[in-house]
Design a protein around this ligand. Structure first.
Ligand code: GRF
Length: 201
C-alpha cells in the first residue's frame, strides 16, 4: 500500500514508520513525506531514507481549503492510498477528511477519548491519572474522535514532569503507529461505513 506521511516537526513518529516500512514483511511503502513547515528535521529524515519530500507551507495559503487542496494534489500525484499524520499540527477540513475517510490515520498522545486537543500529556498530569498513553485512530471530522485502531498505555509516575511523560508516551507512539499502519495497509483493519472498525481476522 502506497503511504504518504504528513509532518510538522522533528518526525520521530515518521522515523518509526520509515523503519517499519523497510521490513520485508511490511505491507507499506512510504512514497512521499509532506511538511507544512520548511526546514524541519522530519524532512531530513525522509531525505536520508531516500523518500521524496514536499513542503506545503500553510502560511502561503489564503484558506484551509486551498491548503488542503494542495496537500490532496500532492498525495494524488504520488498515488498515495493511505495517509499517516505523524506530528502534523494542522486541522484538516471536512472535505479533505471525507475524501480520505478510512485512509487517514492520526496519532494522539493520550488514551482517547480522554484528553483530546493540545497538551494532552499536560492534561493527564493535571488530572492526576495514574495511566496514560497514546492512540492511533482514523481521522473523523470531529477532532480526536475517529475510530480507534491501536492504543498503548504507559504508567504516570508521581515524579513525572510534562517532559518525562512526553518521552515515555512518545516511546509508546513509536510502537503503536507502525503497528496501526501495518494493520490498515495489510487490510487487516478497515473502517466500516458506520464509522466502526472491522477486523478481517
Ligand atoms: C509528539 O509529541 C506526538 O505525541 C505528537 O506530535 C509530537 C511530535 O511528534 N503526535 P514527532 O516527533 O514529530 O513525530
Amino acid at each position: 500500500r502506497r503511504v504518504g506521511v504528513l509532518i510538522s516537526g522533528t518526525g520521530t513518529n515518521l522515523q518509526a514508520l520509515i523503519e517499519q516500512a523497510r521490513r520485508a514483511s511490511s505491507s507499506a511503502e512510504i512514497v512521499v513525506v509532506i511538511s507544512n513547515r520548511p526546514g524541519v528535521q522530519g524532512l531530513k529524515r525522509a531525505a536520508l531514507a531516500g523518500i521524496q519530500t514536499r513542503v506545503v507551507d500553510h502560511k502561503l495559503y489564503g484558506s484551509r481549503a486551498e491548503f488542503d487542496g494542495t496537500i490532496d494534489r500532492v498525495l494524488e500525484e504520488f498515488g498515495v492510498e493511505l495517509v499517516c499524520l505523524a506530528g502534523f499540527m494542522r486541522i484538516l477540513t471536512g472535505n479533505f477528511v471525507k475524501k480520505w475517510n478510512g485512509k487517514l490515520l492520526n496519532i494522539h498522545p493520550s488514551l482517547l477519548p480522554s484528553f483530546k486537543g493540545v497538551n494532552a500529556q499536560k492534561q493527564a498530569l493535571q488530572a492526576g491519572v495514574r495511566v496514560s498513553g497514546c492512540t492511533v485512530h482514523f481521522v473523523a471530522e470531529e477532532v480526536d474522535a475517529g475510530a480507534i485502531i491501536v492504543q498503548e498505555a504507559v504508567p504516570v509516575l508521581s515524579s513525572d514532569t510534562e517532559d518525562s511523560l512526553c518521552d515515555r508516551i512518545r516511546e509508546a507512539e513509536h510502537r503503536a503507529f507502525p503497528a496501526a499502519m501495518e494493520l490498515v495497509a495489510s487490510g487487516s483493519v478497515k473502517l466500516r461505513d458506520d464509522g466502526h472498525i472491522t477486523w478481517n481476522t
